[in-house]
Design a protein around this ligand. Structure first.
Ligand code: PRP
Ligand code: MN
Ligand code: MG
Length: 178
């Protein structure tokens, strides 16, 4: 049985949209001249962020997805990152942008980057919407970060708590009752 909780708004949909637009502008400038940017969303948490972000990127883009799960339905990282679904396309010699919803302990991102780097991309960068630096256990950083947040359990805009609340349009924090 699930503990009862409420969700308090932390970052509004409007604030997210403005930040996504700014991130996309920086990414567009940084990869200017590319023949094609391969944008890799990490399933499932990044699905809303990547959808909004690619629509603001002014470059030829290919969208691909990779699923690496560590949390499942738990609240803490298993530390074992499994690849559940690999990319459809090869990335050797390509410009690659990994899109992640949140960097917490860093296990997921660092594992994914190790795998992708071994495939020999020309460039490999990361855009993460949220960063919780206080929780980091593996030294890894996104090239671009939307918001640094305190150590709160967050949901919405793609992020789940036990597979719920991904469809909230804003980022909220979970507050347990009792
Ligand atoms: C969550 C989140 C990040 C990762 C961050 O994914 O979406 O991918 O955990 O945590 P870490 O930095 O401690 O590794 P999760 O494994 O819950 O899968 P999901 O994206 O399908 O929700
Ligand atoms: Mn995830
Ligand atoms: Mg999850």
């Amino acid at each position: 049985p699930q503990r009862a909780y409420v969700i308090d708004e932390m970052i509004s949909a409007k604030t997210i949209a403005a930040r996504v637009e700014a991130l996309a502008r920086e990414i567009t400038d940084s990869f200017a001249g590319t023949d094609k940017l391969v944008v890799v969303g990490l399933l499932r948490g990044s699905f809303i962020f990547i959808a909004d972000l690619v629509r603001e990127i002014g470059l030829p883009v290919e969208v691909d997805f990779l699923e690496a799960s560590s949390y499942g339905d738990e609240m803490t990282s298993s530390r074992e990152v499994r690849i559940l679904k690999d990319l459809r396309s090869g990335i050797e010699g390509r410009d690659v942008l990994v899109v992640e919803d949140i960097v917490d302990t860093g296990f997921t991102l660092s594992h994914v980057l190790t795998i992708l780097r071994a495939r020999g991309p020309k460039r490999l960068e990361v855009c993460a919407l949220l960063d919780k630096p206080a929780r980091r256990e593996v030294p890894v950083r996104a090239t671009w970060t939307g918001f640094e947040i305190p150590d709160e359990f967050v949901v919405g805009y793609g992020i789940d708590f036990a597979q719920r609340n991904r469809n909230l349009p804003h980022i909220g924090k979970v507050r347990f009752l009792e």
